[in-house]
Design a binder for this molecule. Structure first.
Ligand code: SIN
Ligand code: FE
Length: 319
């Protein structure tokens, strides 16, 4: 697929691997880009490329940044990132001793969330008004050497899947901003879901989840009776198993062909992390906003992980 326009440049050329598309000016003057430019940006993202904006379009006031950077690292590096749940206007992931910081963080993260949403609506117009706002996060912990359980390790390549918030086929679009004044955030990516997902799904026998007829009967009965669905939809179950299978595969982690990307201070990047195999190697202090993009808003639904898996499974994987 061609790069969106002359205002963008691409790095990383191997077929089936994520490329980095640099967008110097997210809002080029009228007449300087061809019509359909925004759709092309969406198409590049949906196919597993990274849109990189060297100058972050999300303004963060200097005093807010100071506050975030001045935050002491909490006692345990096992702590989760700090999450902001916009729908509840609530911050989670803080110690009991940090409650007085919670109010300030809530304001900061709610500002970031609002600005990220406004930016998304203007920048990727095909998604405007259709996305669902998921959590935002503040990532104050140095990623290099960060201890974590195997499945929670973000220094291992993986496709994202939310174990407790099934998307039922909606796509996971994440917008990151590196607010560290001096240190790059360093990522590694490998093959996209389109290139690698089918092999992974077959080898780990992941598709058996979607084709279990008993499970389907239970699910449609629960739906009819409006019972709470304990099980994840098959799509989310498969994506979650993909996530775990990749992290468990030491050979794959060591030997997969990789590209390394450096996101400098004050840059922003956007990624569909459900189709970009990614890991973070180093970096401290990033903000992030997650958006869920429904299937009917996608410009290339046929390359979504859901469409790829449903073609392989030969049946529907959503409920
Ligand atoms: C991840 O989604 O795996 C982590 C990315 C990051 O924190 O930079
Ligand atoms: Fe991830």
């Amino acid at each position: 697929m061609p790069v969106a326009d002359s205002t963008t440049t691409a790095q990383g050329d191997a077929a089936g691997f994520s490329r980095l598309i640099t967008v110097d000016d997210p809002f080029p003057p009228a007449g300087t880009v061809a019509s359909g430019y925004e759709r092309q940006l969406c198409a590049l993202l949906e196919a597993g490329n990274i849109l990189f904006l060297p100058r972050s379009p999300i303004a963060i006031p200097a005093e807010d940044k100071e506050l975030l950077l001045g935050r002491k690292q909490t006692s345990s590096a096992y702590h989760k990132n700090i999450a902001y749940r916009p729908a509840e206007d609530r911050v989670t992931g803080l110690d009991a001793s940090e409650q007085k910081e919670a109010l300030e963080l809530r304001r900061l993260l709610s500002d970031y969330s609002r600005r990220a949403s406004e930016f998304l609506d203007r920048f990727l117009t095909p998604y405007a008004g259709k996305w669902k706002l998921d959590y935002a996060s503040f990532r104050p912990i140095e990623e290099k050497g960060r201890p974590a359980r195997l499945h929670a390790r973000n220094d291992l390549l993986h496709f994202d899947s939310f174990p407790t918030r099934p998307t039922n086929g909606a796509r996971i679009l994440r917008l990151f901003t590196n607010i560290n004044p001096a240190q790059n955030r360093v990522w590694v990516t490998s093959q996209t879901f389109e290139a690698f997902g089918p092999r992974l799904a077959r080898s780990a026998k992941l598709l058996e989840v979607g084709s279990n007829p008993m499970l389907r009967v239970v699910r449609s009965a629960s739906r009819a009776l409006r019972l709470p669905l304990k099980q994840r939809p098959p799509y989310d179950e498969i994506m979650h198993r993909c996530h775990n299978a990749m992290k468990e595969d030491a050979g794959f982690q060591a030997n997969a062909q990789k590209n390394q990307w450096e996101f400098p201070p004050d840059s922003t990047w956007m990624v569909f992390t459900d189709c970009v195999s990614h890991s973070v190697l180093e970096g401290q202090y990033a903000l992030e906003q997650t958006f869920l993009i429904p299937q009917n808003a996608l410009v290339r639904a046929e390359v979504s992980p859901l469409a790829i898996l449903e073609r392989l499974a030969g049946n529907r994987l959503t409920v």
